[in-house]
Design a protein around this ligand. Structure first.
Ligand SMILES: N[C@@H](CCC(=O)N[C@@H](CS)C(=O)NCC(=O)O)C(=O)O
Length: 103
């Protein structure tokens, strides 16, 4: 019995919630994109980056997912559009980003 309890407690302690899917549409030479990536890097959260400097299908995809977007970066967490760096940074300052990222 004691072994079972130890096993369960250890399992709970090492149990980590899965990291949500983070996607960032960026352009080359965009300081806000650099800042956005640094924000996630500093939290140890990995992300998929789509460089749309040259336009192409990924730019079209971004416009479809965030029709009102006029700038990069555009940041998605688990397929929800959170806007640009300023938006996500404000979310972070309000203490609302970490719970979204399970960190
Ligand atoms: N408030 C936005 C500002 C983003 C922004 O101004 N991005 C610039 C590039 S760094 C942009 O997209 N400019 C228009 C363009 O490149 O088409 C944010 O925080 O993400």
């Amino acid at each position: 019995m004691a072994h079972l309890v130890t096993y369960l407690v250890t399992s709970l302690e090492t149990c980590e919630l899965p990291q949500p899917k983070v996607e960032i549409y960026t352009k080359w030479g965009c300081p806000y994109c650099v800042a956005a990536k640094a924000l996630f890097d500093n939290k140890g959260v990995s992300y998929e980056e789509y460089d749309i400097t040259m336009g192409g299908p990924k730019r079209a995809e971004m416009m479809e997912r965030a029709p009102t977007a006029r700038t990069v970066p555009q940041i998605f967490i688990d397929d929800v559009a959170y806007g640009g760096f300023d938006d996500v940074s404000a979310l972070d300052r309000a203490g609302k980003l970490d719970p979204l990222l399970n960190v």
